[in-house]
Design a protein around this ligand. Structure first.
Ligand code: PGA
Length: 250
């Protein structure tokens, strides 16, 4: 059976010193939680954070990585560098990577395969823009991102994949999808995964919701059958609000 995963996507926030301080505050929460807990600090914060969480249950992820292992790729960070630090997970295809930095499904798929090849878990983000939702295309967009993002993966690979459904119009805007709206897409995405792989894979895949998750709405979202956790930006940046999210089921 799948578990819940509550994840903090710190985006371009926190200096290395601030990141270590926040990670240290989250360690006891993660150790006491009855769900998986993950944080994704920026690249430069990873070495200090890895040290700070050593021996704990807290999972540390990178927010992105290159689609090549090494070479002349100025400004990029390799899976080999992440592995060397002991990083075990990477967030890929976040909407800010797709829409601000123009990452395509094809590039994201290369990254997904490279991460898996090196034994990293992947948190693959999918989600529609407001105009796509208004045009009735939310499912279609998510299906395409799933199909192309997961292309070439085996059923076994899928045990290292977490999906985050993040409607782009709900990210950082304070607008959350209603639990019913989110559940509808989560259910459809799970069916799509069953089609692409099989029912067992679909039932075992964690599908997080992301987009203005906060202490006030976390319980209602997590109560939905197909919502298995959250990928959280704003509310993950303070220890007390993140603690309320991690403890949603206590
Ligand atoms: P938010 O960000 O919680 O600030 O809306 C979520 C995300 O982008 O992962």
């Amino acid at each position: 059976m799948r578990s819940y995963m509550i994840a903090g996507n710190w985006k371009m926030n926190k200096t290395p010193a601030e990141a270590v301080e926040l990670a240290k505050a989250i360690v006891p929460m993660a150790n006491a939680a009855n769900c998986e807990v993950m944080i994704a600090p920026s690249f430069v914060c990873l070495p200090g954070v890895m040290d700070a969480v050593k021996g704990s249950k807290l999972i540390v992820a990178a927010q992105n990585m290159a689609n090549e292992e090494e070479g002349a790729f100025t400004g990029e960070t390799s899976v080999l560098m992440l592995k060397d630090l002991g990083v075990k997970m990477v967030v890929l295809g976040h909407s800010e990577r797709r829409h601000v930095y123009g990452e395509t499904n094809e590039v994201i798929n290369e990254k997904v395969k490279l991460a898996l090849k090196h034994g990293l878990r992947v948190d693959l983000c999918v989600g529609e823009l407001l105009e796509e939702r208004e045009a009735g295309k939310a499912e279609e967009v998510c299906f395409e991102q799933l199909e192309k993002g997961l292309a070439g993966l085996s059923k076994k690979d899928m045990s290292n994949i977490v999906i985050a459904y993040e409607p782009v119009w709900a990210i950082g805007t304070g607008k959350t999808a209603t639990p019913d709206d989110a559940e509808a897409i989560h259910g459809s995405c799970r069916k799509k995964i069953a089609q692409l792989f099989d029912n067992e894979v679909a039932e075992n895949t964690i599908i997080q919701y992301g987009g203005s998750v906060k202490p006030e709405n976390v319980k209602d979202l997590m109560a939905m059958k197909n919502i298995d956790g959250g990928l959280i930006g704003g509310a993950s940046l303070k220890a007390d609000s993140f603690e309320a999210l991690v403890n949603f089921n206590k």
